[in-house]
Design a protein around this ligand. Sequence first.
Ligand SMILES: NC(=O)c1ccc[n+]([C@@H]2O[C@H](COP(=O)([O-])OP(=O)(O)OC[C@H]3O[C@@H](n4cnc5c(N)ncnc54)[C@H](O)[C@@H]3O)[C@@H](O)[C@H]2O)c1
Length: 322
Amino acid sequence: MSKQSILVTGAAGFIGSRLSRALLARGDRVIGIDNFNDYYPIVHKHRHLADLRPQPDFTFIEADLRDADAMLRIIGQHKPDAIAHLAAMAAVRYSVEHPLIYGTVNVQGTMNLMDAARQAGNPRMVLASTGSLYGSDTPVPFLETAPADRPLAPYPASKRAMEVMAHAYHHIWKLPITVVRFFNVYGPHGRPDMMPWKWSQMILAGETLTLYNGGRLQRDWTYIDDIVSGFIAALDARFEYEIINLGCSSPVDNLTFVQTLEKLLSKRAKIVEVPTPPSEPLITYADITKARKLLNYNPTVNIEQGLARFIEWMRQEKLLPA
Ligand SMILES: NC(=O)c1ccc[n+]([C@@H]2O[C@H](COP(=O)([O-])OP(=O)(O)OC[C@H]3O[C@@H](n4cnc5c(N)ncnc54)[C@H](O)[C@@H]3O)[C@@H](O)[C@H]2O)c1
């Protein structure tokens, strides 16, 4: 395939930076944008960018999705062949405390990007969405055809609103859009607010973890390299409009998750059980038949292997107490 230029939003984030790295490795040009928001410490975003910045085919622009003129200017100037849209306010629980920013960034911000794209010759777009939008009344495993119109918190609701708006942009302006719904992504460079990072630090520091529902909540943890392969396959596929789950299709309960960390860290966790907040579904579980068929997607890393690689990376980066 000839060299392409890909605009990656959220390039200083966990998944956006790993995707950028993989695109550069196969010879694409990457224009990365990010506003360096302070939802988690910026030092981690600089670490995400450290292996990208020295590469000649990587350009970084500090910009905010909420600035519609900036989106128009950047897309008009760089004329990317494709847009990988990962910039967002993520995190279910934070969205319960700060709902409004999920509307301005995830819904209006994505509209600003799509609107700039349609005015700049309709580059194809792949939008990152979330498996948390299936809520608690979708039969498991979750199929893309489920209505998913009963999300449990502002974050998944904002992503569902983004998907629905994307369909309108496709329908009226023929913008080619693929939505990929990620499930609990983890691995090296992972997010400091998520369970693998927080819990491994807390176990080693002797701090107490809070487990919902006796640790019976199940999550479909998906390793970062599997997500990046699925995302790149969606970028290359050139669909008109599709929604595709990218999960591992192998949910793990939180108690097993803690026990796996205990083994890897050689230390017992202190645990306190608390009731499940209403924003948390009991299970996330992707049906990945569509991704297998359309994208040749085949997740290969299980939770033991993935957490072992993650802990090794945390140690290398000196992010774990000795
Ligand atoms: N990590 C997961 O488990 C997971 C699961 C489902 C979906 N997702 C989605 O994948 C995408 C990437 O998530 P991540 O885990 O890498 O999160 P992340 O927070 O590490 O990355 C998101 C990046 O977007 C940037 N950003 C936020 N608001 C912005 C704005 N207004 N303008 C420009 N940049 C902005 C942030 O600074 C950050 O660097 C998000 O869209 C998220 O909703 C992630």
